[in-house]
Design a protein around this ligand. Structure first.
Ligand code: SF4
Length: 233
């Protein structure tokens, strides 16, 4: 049973709540619901769809999606085992994938909460970027540098069932930009590869440790964060 096949996903695809406002449905974009199996122990939360996600109707596609797949594989949770949900469901096409406004996030929060709740067995939410952290932890006052890889309690929200924790991380699109970015970006990427990504792997293993051995035995061989062939990234 996958979220993308549920009536909830169809309702999101038909949503026109923001259609009268610039930057959302009025520009020919389409809402992109989350996906993933009902029994997912890990759910990844991203900000909102970009061009590739809007074109395909699925979250985390294109180059960012490819790196995301590598990250999840390295962490021991291949894409088909996890949930993926956006805080805001539509591509903010103009000017170019701008951050969603507070109003857009508020409009979409009932969809976000219902999708997150659909994954009833989740133990960990991987929050990718500031908007995802705010939507799950309730705030993001600290610099991301200081909190990537840490664990945080989920914030209470009306209708939200707690019992899961949040691990903030960089969004894969930022990590891609870091490769050719400023010296600061490159230092962040090096730190992420060396310390934070392995730390997240360890925490995910601990926080989901109650999974039975049969499930563990289905896991594929784990690759390094950037695969056996680092030049592929
Ligand atoms: S951003 Fe959310 S609430 Fe607004 S039209 Fe898209 S799916 Fe609907």
């Amino acid at each position: 049973m996958d979220l993308a096949d549920q009536p909830l996903a169809d309702d999101i695809r038909a949503c026109t709540l923001c259609v009268d406002r610039e930057g959302c449905g009025a520009l020919g974009t389409r809402p992109v619901p989350g996906l993933g199996p009902k029994d997912a122990k890990v759910v990844a939360v991203a900000r909102n769809p970009g061009f590739d996600e809007d074109s395909s109707g699925k979250p985390l596609q294109g180059p960012s999606g490819k790196l995301f797949d590598r990250m999840m594989h390295f962490w021991g949770f291949p894409r088909e085992t996890i949930g993926t949900v956006n805080v805001m469901g539509c591509f903010t096409k103009q000017p170019t994938n701008r951050p969603p406004t507070e109003l857009e996030i508020e409009n979409c929060s009932p969809w976000f909460e219902r999708q997150l709740s659909w994954f009833e067995n989740k133990k960990v939410v991987i929050a990718m970027g500031r908007e995802a952290i705010k939507a799950t932890v309730g705030h993001c006052a600290s610099k991301l540098d200081e909190i990537v890889g840490q664990t945080f309690a989920a914030a209470p929200r009306p209708g939200r069932k707690l019992g899961w924790v949040v691990i903030p991380t960089w969004h894969p699109s930022y990590l891609i930009r870091c490769e050719t970015g400023s010296p600061l970006d490159q230092r962040r990427l090096a730190k992420y590869r060396e310390y934070e990504a392995p730390q997240i792997k360890e925490r995910l293993a601990q926080l989901t440790a109650d999974r039975d051995s049969a499930e563990n035995s289905k896991r594929p061989r784990q690759l390094g964060l950037f695969g056996d062939d680092e030049s592929a990234w």
